[in-house]
Design a protein around this ligand. Structure first.
Ligand SMILES: NC(=O)c1ccc[n+]([C@@H]2O[C@H](COP(=O)([O-])OP(=O)(O)OC[C@H]3O[C@@H](n4cnc5c(N)ncnc54)[C@H](O)[C@@H]3O)[C@@H](O)[C@H]2O)c1
Length: 265
């Protein structure tokens, strides 16, 4: 059997990067499409280590792309197919977090968030579908959030984008199930990635943000990117052959908790 060929948007950091590393280690061909590939090569020691590990694989393709630009989605898909000869999986992990309630959110900020978190996922999926069909089927995994189901205060654009991403997941799933193309959404709780570190840095007391997030999750900690990558890899694999249109919580029990319940420990 040919090895899987997977395009990962946002694959240069956090959840996307952890997924890329896991799939590469399992023998997949992986294309990483990201705005910040330069950081992947030149940044701090840890990222240099990542880069060294990645470049030691023959099966990785690095595509610098601003997926907020509509035509970039088609380009990254076609370049992936050109390099690998096929496409069997897509992970839409590119995303950004911006804060503000409705009155604090300009139209420009709204579009910035929607373009990356929602429209790019639609455009990448749309461009990938003919290739997944040609491969005899495939799997698309969208990285949603617990905020695909419920709202954090003061994040109207992000919350709306993640709810809509779950809607996109379900719409694609029902439209393409008969063609053996599965589409699912992973919904992480808080995960320790550069995005979360950025969120912490917006607060005058970053450590208190971390403590609050840890306390929010019944497992009393935040997640690691590798824990999300494991679930994404499952959804990409044939082990998930009967799973489509699903929203899979990977959130340390966060959504199982009744809000406001007192901590007993
Ligand atoms: N970290 C969390 O707590 C958390 C929780 C739930 C969901 N998520 C979601 O997981 C996904 C990955 O987030 P992460 O935490 O790994 O963040 P991250 O910031 O570490 O990675 C996101 C990647 O997306 C890329 N990206 C952003 N805009 C782009 C653009 N215009 N074109 C191409 N690439 C672009 C960034 O360069 C970055 O490499 C996001 O969709 C995020 O909303 C994160």
């Amino acid at each position: 059997m040919n090895s899987p060929t997977v395009l990962i948007t946002g694959g240069a950091s956090g959840i996307g990067l952890a997924t890329a590393k896991l799939l590469l280690a399992r023998g997949a061909h992986v294309a990483i499409a990201d705005l910040k590939l330069a950081d992947l090569k030149l940044a701090d020691l840890n990222l240099n280590d990542e880069t060294a590990a990645l470049s030691s694989y023959e099966h990785v393709l690095l595509l610098c792309a601003d997926l907020a630009q509509a035509d970039e989605a088609e380009r990254v898909v076609s370049e992936t197919v050109k390099a690998f000869g096929s496409l069997t999986g897509v992970v839409n992990s590119a995303g950004l977090q911006r804060y503000g309630n409705a009155e604090q959110t300009s139209l420009a900020l709204w579009h910035e968030v929607m373009n990356v978190n929602l429209t790019a996922a639609f455009l990448v999926a749309r461009a990938a579908l003919p290739h997944l069909r040609q491969a005899g089927g495939g799997s698309i995994v969208n990285v949603g959030s617990v905020q695909s189901h419920a709202a954090q205060r003061g994040a109207v654009a992000y919350v709306t984008s993640k709810h809509a991403l779950l809607g996109l997941t379900r719409a694609l799933a029902v439209d393409y199930a008969a063609e053996r193309i599965r589409v699912n959404c992973v919904c992480p709780g808080t995960v320790d990635t550069p995005m979360f570190r950025w969120t912490m840095a917006q607060d005058p007391a970053p450590a208190s943000v971390l403590r609050a997030c840890e306390a929010l999750h019944p497992v009393a900690r935040i997640g690691q990117a590798e824990e999300i990558a494991d679930v994404i890899a499952f959804l990409l694999s044939d082990a998930a052959s009967f799973v489509t249109g699903a929203a899979i919580d990977v959130d340390g029990g966060l959504r199982a908790l009744i809000g406001g319940a007192p901590q007993t420990r």
